[in-house]
Write a protein that binds this ligand. Structure first.
Ligand SMILES: [Zn+2]
Length: 127
């Protein structure tokens, strides 16, 4: 059975390989599982110039070993963030046009990027 640190090492090494240059530019998300710690999640934005990031990462609040959740390269993070950003903008536009109403799922998932840009430009012209 792999230790927590061995799993983190393997995930960091895998991400380094995915970058194609052997070093990590991206982010590492970890959890603090200590029940008495005020921290829940720790996110590190990594810019390795040489291989520096260790797998032994400790909680800044309670100083206990963190549990790895996710390692993403910068490109993977960008791909993952884009849909969330798009949904956030659609939700804000819908709220402005329908105050107090929840955004229907159909509105969230039926808008192309070009259509969304057009809507933002129209909304900005009204403001
Ligand atoms: Zn902690």
């Amino acid at each position: 059975m792999k230790t927590r640190t061995a799993r983190t090492t393997a995930a960091l090494d895998a991400a380094r390989r995915r970058t194609g240059v052997g070093i990590l530019f991206g982010s590492v998300t970890l959890y603090c599982n200590t029940s008495d710690s005020p921290a829940r999640e720790v996110e590190i934005h990594v810019k390795e110039l040489v291989r520096l990031l260790t797998a032994e990462l400790y909680c800044p609040a309670c100083r206990r070993l963190l549990t790895l959740h996710l390692v993403e390269t910068r490109e993977e993070r960008h791909v993952a963030d884009e849909p969330a950003a798009r949904l956030n903008v659609i939700d804000q536009l819908y709220e402005r046009q329908h105050p107090g109403e929840a955004t229907p799922l159909a509105a969230l998932f039926s808008v192309s990027l070009d259509d969304l840009i057009a809507r933002v430009l129209v909304d900005g012209a009204r403001a």
